[in-house]
Design a protein around this ligand. Structure first.
Ligand SMILES: O=C(COP(=O)(O)O)[C@H](O)[C@H](O)COP(=O)(O)O
Ligand SMILES: [Mg+2]
Length: 486
């Protein structure tokens, strides 16, 4: 699209008054992004009657140097360099009235190593801009020079596996339920049963912090007693994600220090603590040899609707830069939003050293991660043992499969729930390693394993009809190829 007359320069440009953003220099259709530019792709839905190029140029302007009127002080800066440049606007396929706007930003617009600073530009003012009906940040490309200013995941998948001494299979976890109300001692019992039964991890839920029914120190003490006993009983390394989320950084550091003192291998934070707090905790985790788990609490408020907000793939990229080790990334088959192709894109952001452009997975740019550690994606939310073949096929091996209800809701108890999951997983991994067509033979493989494992038999019986088949809201815009496997 190029219906505009071009940038106004010199004296003309600096006359007082307003001027179209496109003519102020924020629309540069001939601009070729530099290797060192940060690139953002927005889905722009202009108000009726607003020209899409002008709307996209306004996004470039308002997310970089511009305001609503020409300011002469631009002339005191290298304005041509600092202006973000919208260089391409395409109609969104199948969505009349929406456009993909590609915008390039000079690297010097951003403070090194700060997601807070990056996001204050890219999603700062611009989402409230009146001429736009809706705006969504779909994807971003970061130059290697910028990637290298971030620490990246504190521990990474490789070292996490080495520390845990667990290889060749997904890790298994469970979120303690009910989410709220258990006392420390009862909570610790759930952790012990689940870990002893065969899970690698248990986890605090997003909203467990320090409430009147269970203060955080009680939880940490009982949980770590449970971890230690389960380790002694099983001979395996076990972990429980102690959620250190709190109202202040000081409280979070205090909780994290206590977790470390008690010998925990992992601590947890919620996305709602904010980008700076996340980066601080990532640095703490690196200094203290701790795995850092991130629950993406709150993300669906702005990631789920296609027309407005921020795609989770962008949040996943920011979190890899910020330095978390685990990130909730969706299950596809579970109870929460997760289109298979879109989710695959998130998993690739977590686990690959290089992401090639893959429109059918929602990845609009080539992205090198420049040897930053990899994040372990976490599949959690309404999954159970009967789906093990699908989970392994869709999500691969480097993933934590977390069954909360799918462990603690087991009719024979929590340890039985854990056994069911572990046996189902090991049966499926064995079948895969033997070269069997485990995706199609999955139900049969599980049924066979259940013949000698009563807990698995009960799990398959209780949850056999549970599935969440609803329309996804966040699907790719480019026709996906047949659902691929990892
Ligand atoms: O409590 C749970 C899951 O419990 P259960 O296993 O009982 O369903 C987690 O908070 C969700 O997985 C978060 O969602 P996401 O992982 O998509 O961020
Ligand atoms: Mg939860």
């Amino acid at each position: 699209m190029n219906a505009h007359t071009g940038t106004v320069r010199g004296k003309e440009r600096y006359r007082s008054g307003t001027m179209e953003y496109a003519r102020m220099g924020y629309w540069e259709p001939d601009y070729v992004p530099k290797d060192t530019d940060v690139i953002a792709l927005f889905r722009v839905t202009p108000q009726e009657g607003v020209d899409p190029i002008e709307a996209s140029a306004a996004v470039a302007g308002e997310s970089s140097t511009a305001t609503w009127t020409v300011v002469w002080t631009d002339r005191l800066t290298a304005a041509e360099k600092y202006r973000a440049k919208c260089y391409r606007v395409d109609p969104v396929p199948g969505t009349p009235g929406s456009y993909f706007a590609y915008i390039a930003y000079d690297l010097d617009l951003f403070e090194p190593g700060s997601i807070a600073n990056l996001s204050a530009s890219i999603i700062g003012n611009v989402f409230g801009f009146k001429p736009l009906k809706a705006l969504r940040l779909e994807d971003m490309r970061f130059p290697v020079a910028y990637v290298k200013t971030f620490q990246g995941p504190a521990t990474g998948i490789v070292v996490e596996r080495e520390r845990l001494d667990k290889f060749g299979r997904p890790l298994l976890g469970a979120t303690v339920k009910p989410k709220l109300g258990l006392s420390g001692r009862n909570y610790g019992r759930v952790v012990y049963e689940a870990l002893k039964g065969g899970l690698d991890f248990t986890k605090d839920d997003e909203n467990i912090n320090s409430q009147p029914f269970m203060h955080w120190r009680d939880r940490f003490l009982y949980c770590m007693e449970a971890v230690n006993r389960a380790q002694a009983a099983s001979g395996e390394v076990k972990g429980t994600y102690l959620n250190v989320t709190a109202g202040t950084m000081e409280d979070m550091y205090e909780r994290a220090e206590f977790a470390k003192e008690l010998g925990s291998v992992i601590v947890m934070i919620d996305l709602v603590i904010g980008y700076t707090a996340i980066q601080s905790m990532a640095k703490w985790a690196r200094r203290n040899d701790m795995i850092l788990h991130l629950h993406r609490a709150g993300h669906s408020t702005y990631t789920r609707q296609k027309s407005h907000g921020v795609s989770f793939r962008v949040i996943a990229k920011w979190m890899r830069l910020a330095g978390v080790d685990h990130i909730h990334a969706g299950t596809v088959v579970g109870k929460l939003e997760g289109d298979p192709n879109t989710t695959r894109g998130y998993y690739d952001v977590c686990r690959e050293d290089f992401n090639p452009t893959m429109l059918e997975h929602g990845l609009f740019f080539d992205q090198s991660w420049a040897s930053l550690n990899k994040m372990m994606p976490v599949a959690s939310g309404g999954i159970h043992a009967g789906q093990m073949h699908q989970l392994l096929n869709l999500l691969g091996e480097d993933v934590v499969l977390q069954f909360g209800g799918g462990t603690i809701g087991h009719p024979m108890g929590i340890a039985a729930g854990a056994i069911a999951n572990r046996v189902a997983l090991e049966a499926m991994i064995l079948a895969r390693n033997e070269g069997r067509d485990y995706v199609h033979e999955g139900p049969e493989i599980l049924a066979r394993a259940a013949e000698t494992c009563t807990p698995l038999k009960a799990a398959l019986e209780v949850w056999k009809d549970v599935s969440f088949n609803y329309q996804s809201t966040d699907t790719p815009d480019f026709v996906p190829t047949a659902l691929e496997t990892v």
